[in-house]
Design a protein around this ligand. Structure first.
Ligand SMILES: [Zn+2]
Length: 118
């Protein structure tokens, strides 16, 4: 963004033209952001639904399941997955209760049931 504005100033563009360019960049950026935010909210709502469902069942824990996609390359999701089964209300190492842990995170949750007593 500042690069686009600086390039305009260097080229001696009229202020209106620079403002227009900045506005274009912002519009595109905002669209991408809004899309990611919307996806993230739907994703979080889905996982909240899973947690709500499991809360009714005794002894069920949750496990962070890494996405096989490249969207979760950092170690944030890896640490969450490595944490193993946790209580439903417990936070994963990243501090998240449920996915997504970051924009574009495609991890999910699985239920972990204690071994049944016979
Ligand atoms: Zn992830």
């Amino acid at each position: 963004m500042t690069g686009a504005i600086q390039a305009g100033l260097d080229a001696d563009d009229a202020a209106a033209s620079v403002a227009e360019r900045a506005s274009d960049v912002f519009r595109v950026w905002k669209g991408v952001r809004t899309e990611l935010l919307g996806e993230g909210m739907a994703y979080a709502a889905y996982h909240q639904g899973l947690l709500d469902h499991w809360t009714g069942e005794s002894g069920v824990q949750k496990v962070w399941v890494m996405s096989a996609e490249d969207e979760c390359p950092g170690d944030v999701c890896t640490k969450n997955a490595d944490a193993g089964p946790l209580d439903l209300k417990a936070a994963f190492p990243s501090g998240h209760i449920l996915p997504p842990a970051h924009g574009g995170c495609l991890c999910t949750l699985a239920e972990a049931r204690p071994p049944e007593n016979h």
